[in-house]
Design a protein around this ligand. Structure first.
Ligand SMILES: Nc1ncnc2c1ncn2[C@@H]1O[C@H](COP(=O)(O)OP(=O)(O)OP(=O)(O)O)[C@@H](O)[C@H]1O
Length: 689
C-alpha cells in the first residue's frame, strides 16, 4: 500500500480512512495539514508566538503554584519550630516527630522554612518579616492564604491570555480561510457545480473551516501548554520524592485507559454525526431551494421524514459521544482515587506529614486535567485532518475553466460570434465523459447586430452553444471566437461583460427591486436603473408597490409573478448594455399581455446588438434575421423562415408539429418537442448550415 502523505487532489479524506492510517501515515498527513494551516497563521505569527510563549509560561506557572502551596502549608499547617533533624532520633518523643524522623528528606529546622527545587532551603517568611517568628499569627495566616486565589488568578490569567492570543489568530485564520474558499468555489466551472452537491459546499465553507481552525488552534495550545504543565509538575514531584512520583506513574496510565476507550467511541459517533450533518445540510438546501417542487408534489411530509432521519441519527450520535464524554470524569476519578488511596498507604509507611501528602495530591490532581486534554490530541488531530482535507481539497482545486496566464481583456466587442468545428461532451458526476457529444462539429458564424433564433428539438444542443460562448465550459474540440478572439485567450470577466443573458429561469436575489436590477451593472446610478426598468416595461408594476424600487422581491423573487421576474431580468440585461445578448426564451406560456411586453423589450434590446435567442415561439422565430436549425448536436440548416420552410425537412416538421398539435397560435411555445416526436427518425444533415 502506498503511503498516504496528503489527500488526493480535490478529494476528501473520511474519518474512517484517518482512523485506519498507520502512525507514520497519520504523522505525514498531520504535517501536510499543519503545513497548509500554518500558511494561514503566518501573517499573524507575532501574535501566535506570543500565544506560544504565554502557553509555556502558564505551564511553568504550575511549578510556581506548587512552591507557593508548599510555603502556604508550611506556614499555616506547621506548628512551631522543630529544631531537630533526622540525625537526632533520641530527642524525639511525639508521634509527629517520629514521622519526621522516618521521612528521609531533611526536616525543617525553622518555622516557615521550605526546601525548593533549585533554590534549596529558604525561609520566605523571614524574608518578608525580617525575622523568623516561632509560630504563625492570624495576620500572617490570612496574608499567606490570600496567596491561593492570587496564584490561581495568575495562572488563569496567563492561560486566558495564551488562549486569547491563539483564538485571535484562529479567528483571523478562519476569516481568511472562509473568504479564500468561497472565492475559489466561485471560480469553479459549471462542470464542477454539476458534479457537486451545494449542501456539501455550504457545509464545507461554513462548518469544516471552523472545525479545521478550532482543532488546529486547540491542538497547538494543547501540544504546547499541556506537556509543559505536566513535565513541570512531574519534575517538581520527582525532586521532592522520586519514589512516590514514579509509583504514581503506574496509576497514570490507568487513568489514560478509560480516556482512550472513550475517545474511540467519541470518534466513531462524531464521525457519524458529521456525515449526518452533511446529509442534513444537503436535504435542507434542496427542500428550501426546491420549495415549489416540494409543494407542487405535496412532498412536505416526505421531506420532513428525510430530514427527521438525519436529524434523529445526528441527535443519537451527539447523545452517544456526550454520554461517553460525561462518563470519562467519574471513571477517571475512581481510578485516580485508587492512586490517592495507595498514596495514603505509602504516606503512612514513609511517615509523611499531612501537609506534604496534601501537596502531592494537589500536584497529582493538577496533572489530571492536563493529561485529559493531552489524551484528546489524537481526536483533535483526526478532526483537523478530516476537515482540512475537505477545506483544502476545495481551496486548492484548480477550476476546469480558467484564464490563461497571458489572457487579455476583450475590448468592447462588435458582436461577431464564430463557432469553428466545435464539439463538446459533458462529463458525469464522476468526471466520466457522456457517451454522446452534446454538440458535434459545429461551424456557425453569427454577424454583429443581427438577430438569430436557435430552434430544434429538446436536447439538440442549443443551450450548450450558449454555455460554450460564455465559456462555462471549454470545447472538447474546435474554437469559439468573439470578434476573432478565441474566448480561451481573453479573461472570463471581460468576455462575460460583453455578453448579456436573459434566462428563462430568472434568478432574483433576496433584495430590493433596485438592487436586483443593479446586479447587471454595479456602478449604475438610480436614474439609469429606472430608465432600464422603463425600457423593460417593468417600471409600472414596480411603482404599483408602495415601496417601489425599494420593495423586496422575496427569496428567489417569490413575491413576483413569472412575467414580472422576466421583466426585471430584461431590465438587468438592458442595464448591462452588452453588445451580445443571449436570450433563452421562456417555454412556459405567459399571458398575452406579458408576451407582448417582453417582445417589445426584446425589440429595444436587439437594437445595435447581436441577439441569439433559443426560440420557443414561432413569433420570435419569424422575427429573426436568421434561423439556426439544430438537431442532435449539429447545425442542420440556417436561413430565413421563407428559405427554410421549403428546403429544410426538420424545420418543416418542427413547424408542422407546432400547428398539428393544435398550437395554431404562433405565439404559443413550440416547447418540449423531442426527437421522437418527429414522424420518422430524422437523419441529420450536418454541414448544411
Ligand atoms: N449539465 C449537463 N450534464 C450532462 N449532460 C448535459 C448537461 N446539459 C445538457 N446535457 C446534455 O447535452 C445534450 C444537449 O443539451 P442542451 O441543453 O444543450 O439541449 P437544448 O437543445 O438546449 O435542449 P432544451 O431545449 O431541452 O433546453 C442533451 O443530450 C443533454 O442531455
Amino acid at each position: 500500500m502506498p503511503k498516504i502523505t496528503q489527500p488526493p487532489p480535490g478529494k476528501k479524506i473520511s474519518r474512517k480512512q484517518v482512523t485506519d492510517l498507520s502512525s507514520s501515515e497519520l504523522w505525514a498527513l498531520t504535517k501536510w495539514t499543519y503545513g497548509k494551516l500554518f500558511r494561514y497563521m503566518k501573517p499573524y505569527r507575532g501574535r501566535f508566538m506570543i500565544g506560544v510563549a504565554l502557553g509555556i509560561l502558564s505551564g511553568l506557572f504550575n511549578a510556581v503554584m506548587l512552591v507557593g502551596f508548599k510555603i502556604i502549608f508550611s506556614v499555616v499547617l506547621s506548628h512551631g519550630p522543630v529544631a531537630q533533624t533526622a540525625t537526632a532520633p533520641s530527642d524525639l518523643s511525639s508521634d509527629v516527630e517520629l514521622t519526621h524522623m522516618a521521612f528521609e528528606k531533611p526536616v525543617k529546622a525553622e518555622f516557615g522554612e521550605v526546601e525548593i527545587p533549585v533554590l534549596g532551603k529558604i525561609n520566605p517568611v523571614e524574608w518578608v518579616l525580617g525575622y523568623a517568628p516561632e509560630k504563625a499569627g492570624f495576620g500572617l495566616v490570612i496574608a499567606v492564604c490570600s496567596l491561593i486565589p492570587l496564584m490561581l488568578f495568575m495562572r488563569g490569567f496567563l492561560t486566558y491570555l495564551a488562549n486569547y492570543s491563539m483564538l485571535w489568530v484562529g479567528n483571523k485564520m478562519l476569516y481568511n480561510l472562509r473568504n479564500d474558499i468561497f472565492r475559489n468555489l466561485l471560480r469553479q466551472s459549471l462542470g464542477f457545480y454539476n458534479r457537486t452537491k451545494i449542501g456539501d459546499l455550504i457545509q464545507t465553507v461554513f462548518n469544516q473551516t471552523r472545525v479545521a481552525q478550532t482543532n488546529a488552534v486547540q491542538l497547538t495550545s494543547v501540544l504546547i501548554q499541556k506537556p509543559v504543565a505536566i513535565i513541570t509538575i512531574f519534575a517538581y514531584l520527582m525532586f521532592w520524592d522520586w519514589f512516590f512520583t514514579v509509583s504514581s506513574l503506574i496509576v497514570f496510565p490507568l487513568c489514560l485507559g478509560p480516556i482512550a476507550y472513550v475517545s474511540r467511541r467519541v470518534r466513531r459517533a462524531g464521525s457519524k454525526e458529521e456525515a449526518e450533518a452533511g446529509a442534513m445540510m444537503v436535504n435542507m438546501h434542496e427542500s428550501f431551494a426546491g420549495i415549489r417542487v416540494v409543494k407542487a408534489n405535496a412532498r412536505e411530509e416526505y421531506e420532513t421524514k428525510r430530514f427527521n432521519k438525519s436529524n434523529k441519527s445526528m441527535a443519537e450520535n451527539i447523545m452517544r459521544w456526550q454520554k461517553a464524554l460525561e462518563i470519562i470524569g467519574p471513571v477517571v476519578e475512581t481510578v485516580a482515587s485508587l492512586g490517592v488511596a495507595a498514596g495514603l498507604v505509602y504516606a503512612w509507611h514513609r511517615g509523611m506529614r499531612a501537609e506534604d501528602f496534601f501537596l502531592v495530591v494537589i500536584a497529582l490532581t493538577q496533572i489530571y486535567p492536563h493529561a485529559k486534554e493531552l489524551g484528546r490530541v489524537q481526536i483533535l488531530m483526526q478532526k483537523c485532518i478530516v476537515a482540512s482535507s475537505a477545506v483544502f481539497g476545495y481551496l486548492e482545486q484548480e477550476p476546469d475553466v480558467k484564464d490563461e496566464p497571458d489572457a487579455k481583456k476583450l475590448p468592447p466587442a462588435k458582436g461577431a460570434v464564430t463557432y469553428e468545428d466545435v464539439s463538446f461532451t459533458y462529463t458525469d458526476a464522476k468526471g466520466k465523459p457522456a457517451k454522446k457529444a452534446a454538440v458535434n462539429g459545429i461551424d456557425l458564424t453569427l454577424e454583429p447586430g443581427k438577430f438569430y433564433a436557435l430552434v430544434g428539438p429538446s436536447g439538440a444542443g442549443k443551450s450548450t452553444l450558449f454555455a460554450l460562448l460564455l465559456r462555462y465550459y471549454d470545447p472538447t474540440a474546435g474554437r469559439v471566437l468573439v470578434d476573432g478572439h478565441d474566448v480561451r485567450t481573453v479573461t472570463q470577466e471581460s468576455l462575460r461583460s460583453n455578453i448579456g443573458v436573459v434566462n428563462q429561469d430568472v434568478f432574483l436575489f433576496h433584495d430590493t427591486v433596485k438592487e436586483n436590477i443593479r446586479y447587471g451593472r454595479l456602478n449604475a446610478t438610480d436614474a439609469e436603473i429606472v430608465a432600464a426598468a422603463k425600457k423593460a416595461h417593468a417600471h409600472d408594476f414596480i411603482m404599483q408597490n408602495k415601496d417601489g424600487y425599494e420593495a423586496l422581491v422575496g427569496d428567489g423573487g417569490n413575491n413576483l409573478s413569472g412575467g414580472q421576474k422576466q421583466r426585471l431580468s430584461i431590465a438587468r440585461a438592458i442595464l448591462r448594455d452588452a453588445p451580445i445578448l443571449l436570450l433563452d426564451e421562456a417555454t412556459s406560456a405567459l399571458d398575452t399581455e406579458v408576451e407582448r411586453i417582453i417582445k417589445d423589450a426584446i425589440h429595444t434590446l436587439r437594437e445595435g446588438r447581436t441577439v441569439v435567442a433559443i426560440a420557443h415561439r414561432f413569433s420570435t422565430v419569424l422575427e429573426a434575421d436568421q434561423i439556426v436549425v439544430m438537431h442532435e448536436g449539429k447545425v442542420v440548416d440556417m436561413g430565413t423562415h421563407a428559405e427554410l420552410l421549403p428546403r429544410c425537412e426538420l424545420y418543416q416538421r418542427l413547424y408542422q408539429l407546432q400547428f398539428d398539435s393544435g398550437h395554431a397560435d404562433p405565439d404559443k411555445p413550440m416547447k418540449d418537442i423531442k426527437p421522437q416526436d418527429l414522424d420518422e427518425p430524422y437523419e441529420s444533415e450536418a454541414g448544411e448550415g
